[in-house]
Design a binder for this molecule. Structure first.
Ligand code: AMP
Length: 368
């Protein structure tokens, strides 16, 4: 380390999250170095990159040697790959937080231990378990892989028993979780940062709309004081229990005014992208401040914000740029169906300005 405050940030994964971390790092005087499988990853357009497997011990060691602190834009690095590095460099958030969020079952066990309600669920390792789980919890339900699922990948909706065979074929027979299909009024998420001294800076609550398991758009701040208070108290519980450093996100279903935790991400999160343009300090900057031991920035909202994802294809940039209060974010990725390629944020002084601009923007955005 070159001094008390880290200035070289090693980032495992150079996707859009890494890229937006690098964008936030520059004004703070921090320099980033990535490790990613692809030299064409979005982050590589902004900072140097080591190219290879994210678990490659030699590359991880080089990343650690050339950095003062390590962090992630992808949380699925096995703890065994990080263990040798933990002796030489601060890893933030720490391996315990990564491990807890790598397995849906372990994650739900953590929530339950912390008295945070979750969707009824059961572990599934084969057809007999699935039959039992569906009988106990009811249909419809979702069968999901316990590990490595994201954006609706690694999960199948089961309407009735005739869906079982195909689902088990698609997902494999083992290491699955069956969840009751939850009827909810809304999905919300809480994003916040925790510094190395234990200080916590939560952002306002965001209301999120998903389709086919992928976030389409979100509105923030979502003004519901009781829900926000509850979400922040759950966020604090998880952060304290893991002695967490950095940004953490928890996604919830709202059911009869209660929050059921669906999942958490030990990193900056799509539902927090609105904070780049919509808050005094973005989630990316606060993550960097936290992991570098710098004071956390204000999470105050600047207005009424909407964030809309670009999925599969990029929209007409000119049409969007004409909209008052709109900020455009292109991740520099090749288009592919369903792929997150960018997003736009709309910040309005009043909710009705935001909503009108959002309807206008949606006319130019096609999710393919
Ligand atoms: P996940 O990968 O678990 O975050 O799921 C992605 C999205 O799929 C969620 O944000 C929900 O919209 C939907 N979903 C996941 N699990 C359930 C569930 N148990 N009941 C209803 N919808 C779900």
């Amino acid at each position: 380390m070159t001094g008390a405050i880290p200035s070289r940030v090693g980032i495992v994964g150079a996707g859009q999250l890494g890229r937006m971390l690098a964008l936030a790092a520059a004004p703070l005087g921090l320099r980033c170095l990535f490790l990613d499988r692809s030299a064409a990853a979005p982050g590589a357009q902004l900072a140097p990159i080591l190219v290879g497997e994210l678990t490659d011990p030699a590359l991880l060691a080089e990343l650690a040697k050339r950095s003062d602190v390590l962090t992630f834009d992808w949380e699925n690095i096995p703890a065994s790959a990080l263990a040798p590095l933990a002796r030489t460099i601060p890893i933030r958030p720490g391996p315990a937080a990564l491990e807890a969020s790598q397995d849906r079952l372990a994650e739900k066990a953590l929530f339950t231990r912390l008295r945070i309600p979750v969707t009824p669920h059961a572990a599934v390792d084969g057809r007999a378990d699935l039959e039992r789980a569906a009988r106990r919890l009811g249909l419809p339900g979702l069968l999901k892989t316990r590990r490595l699922g994201y954006d609706g990948k690694g999960q199948v909706l089961l309407r009735d028993r005739t869906d079982f065979e195909r689902a088990l074929e698609m997902l494999g027979e083992r290491d699955l979780i069956y969840e009751k299909h939850q009827r909810f009024s809304l999905e919300v998420s809480i994003v916040g940062a925790r510094g190395i001294g234990g200080e916590i800076a939560p952002y306002p609550l965001s209301a999120n709309t998903h389709r086919d398991g992928i976030l389409r758009y979100g509105i923030a701040p979502y003004h519901d004081e009781a829900l926000e208070r509850l979400a922040v108290s759950y966020l604090r519980r998880v952060m304290r229990s893991l002695d967490y450093v950095g940004v953490l996100a928890i996604e919830f279903f709202v059911v009869n005014g209660r929050l059921l935790a669906n999942e958490m991400a030990p990193r900056v999160h799509n539902s927090g992208h609105w904070t780049i343009d919509g808050c005094v300090t973005s989630q990316f900057e606060n993550h960097l401040r936290a992991i570098c031991g710098l004071p956390l920035g204000s999470t105050r909202a600047l207005g009424h914000t909407a964030m809309i994802n670009f999925l599969g294809s990029m929209p007409d940039r000119e049409a969007l740029l004409r909209i008052e209060g709109l900020a455009y974010h292109d991740y520099g990725k090749e288009p592919r169906p369903g792929r997150k390629l960018g997003h736009c944020t709309i910040v309005g002084a009043r909710a009705k300005d935001r909503d009108a601009a959002m309807q206008n923007a949606l006319k130019s955005i096609r999710w393919t």
